[in-house]
Design a protein around this ligand. Structure first.
Ligand code: EPU
Length: 430
């Protein structure tokens, strides 16, 4: 087990290059199972969620080969199984995409219920199941999801999502790509990774229109052929570095972003007194004055992303005045607040709102990462706090941030990895 040791209180300066988007990669890799040929996926982030998904594809019989550290070739023609090993599936939340991909290609899938980030609340997949059922699948839910197309192949259907769900939109889109007939997804999610998955599938021969709007139309095709596709840059990774500069002060050029994807985050940081300048596919972020209070509500795209909520709440702990952050996507995503308070933050959670009284400074403490984004928030808090902080459970962070420690060190941060001693590990488990 690894922990991070952070000597905080230093502003960040320099340049950081953003990797491929995690939440696009974790859908596009399973989607490669739909392809009856070879697909080459570029700009793959080097994170543990990707590694786990590639292991699952390999276990199912697909041939997986890295061409460069960021490009992988997947040949799904040799896939021989539609049963995903429980041990592998449990490690990653996004294993639910294997249901849509396997069901779409082979008419059956057996995948154990997903693991991955747990915010302490329920993460239902009823909308995914509703979509598959509408397309003619029998779906049994237990420890495993067992789904079978009644006629051997799914058929197109009209599906209205009761909640705007990223996962259900992508899963249904995958299942529909090879279905017999046309599928319409109404009240679809519009995140950049939805558009990226549609672009990937279309570049392999699918016929998907409307991704990025409320209504997605999929005309099922007989076969996907293969090809080459590059994943978009990670909006949330970029936003996390923006938040880090906002918290510590300094000036950082964030390279390889899509400016449009960053608008919702940029607008809020500007309200907080952070200077953000857009230059082609780069953003220059500078903070040299005091941080101002603001209110934020997380919403589906193009609203402010829930996956930036812990990081931006951390920045607001250092802003002058009272800020309110309202979580509009998940029921419960504030477990990390207790850890922030141990660093001197003044935050109280009232239902879906966090009320933040800005303080002049945070102080160092030993804290733990409760999940991926909460972990990133702990690192940001530790970078801003004077003194030495230790962060444990960093495997959560490594699920979704490529080379987080290395990229921060290149910006002048004093952060390093160390092994967790048995004593600390025991304390944590206890
Ligand atoms: N929901 C349902 N029923 C469903 C599906 C979702 O009620 O069948 C509800 C959820 O409980 C939640 C809301 O709908 O309240 C939105 O959930 P969504 O399905 O959009 O989330 P997800 O697909 O499971 C993805 C990302 C999350 C991100 C959310 C929202 C992946 C692998 N995960 O999850 O990312 O928070 O969309 O944008 O893409 C992260 O990267 O840290 C992360 C947690």
């Amino acid at each position: 087990m690894t922990k991070y040791i952070v000597e905080g209180g230093k502003p960040l300066f320099g340049e950081v290059t953003i990797s491929g988007a995690k939440n696009a990669a974790v859908a596009i890799i399973p989607a490669a199972l739909l392809v009856d040929g070879v697909c080459r996926i570029e700009n793959i982030p080097n994170i543990s969620d990707v590694e786990m998904l590639l292991n699952i594809l390999d276990d199912l019989g697909a041939k997986v080969r890295f061409l460069t550290p960021t490009s992988v070739e997947i040949d799904s023609r040799a896939t021989r199984s539609t049963q995903v090993s429980q041990e592998l599936a449990h490690k990653i939340r996004a294993s639910y995409y294997l249901i849509g991909a396997l069901l779409g290609r082979f008419g059956e899938a057996e995948v154990s219920l997903p693991g991955g980030c747990n915010f302490g609340g329920v993460r239902p997949i009823d909308q995914h199941v509703k979509g598959f059922a509408a397309m003619g699948a029998d779906v049994q839910e237990g420890d495993f999801i067992v789904a079978r197309a009644r006629d051997g192949r799914l058929r197109g259907a009209s599906i209205y999502l009761d909640v705007v769900s990223v996962g259900a939109t992508m899963n249904i889109m995958m299942a529909a790509a090879l279905a017999d007939g046309n599928t319409t997804i109404e009240n679809a999610a519009k995140e950049p990774h939805i558009v990226d998955l549609a672009n990937f599938l279309n570049s392999m021969g699918a016929d998907i229109k409307g991704a990025g709007t409320d209504t997605i139309r999929v005309r099922g095709v007989e076969r996907l052929n293969g090809g080459t596709y590059a994943i978009i840059p990670d909006q949330i990774e970029a936003g996390t570095y923006m938040a880090a500069v906002a918290a510590t002060g300094g000036q950082v050029l964030i390279r390889n972003i899509i400016p449009k994807h960053m608008d919702c985050i940029t607008a809020k940081l500007q309200e907080m007194g952070v200077c953000v300048i857009e230059e082609d596919d780069n953003l220059l972020v500078r903070r040299d004055g005091p941080l101002q209070r603001t209110n934020i509500k997380t919403l589906p795209y193009p609203g402010f992303p829930t996956d930036m909520q812990p990081q931006v709440t951390t920045v607001l702990t250092l802003a002058q005045g009272t800020s309110i952050v309202t979580e509009g996507v998940w029921d419960n995503r504030y477990r990390y607040v207790g850890e922030l308070c141990r660093m001197g933050a003044q935050v109280r959670v009232e239902g879906r709102a966090a009320v933040i009284e800005g303080v002049d400074a945070l102080h160092a403490a030993n804290v733990q990462a409760y999940d991926l984004r909460a972990g990133a928030a702990m690192v940001i808090a530790a970078l801003a706090a004077e003194g030495t902080s230790e962060i444990t459970n960093v495997h959560y962070i490594e699920r979704g941030y490529e080379n987080f420690v290395g990229k921060l060190r290149a910006l002048g941060a004093d952060i390093r990895c160390a092994e967790v001693t048995e004593e600390t590990a025991e304390r944590q488990i206890g």
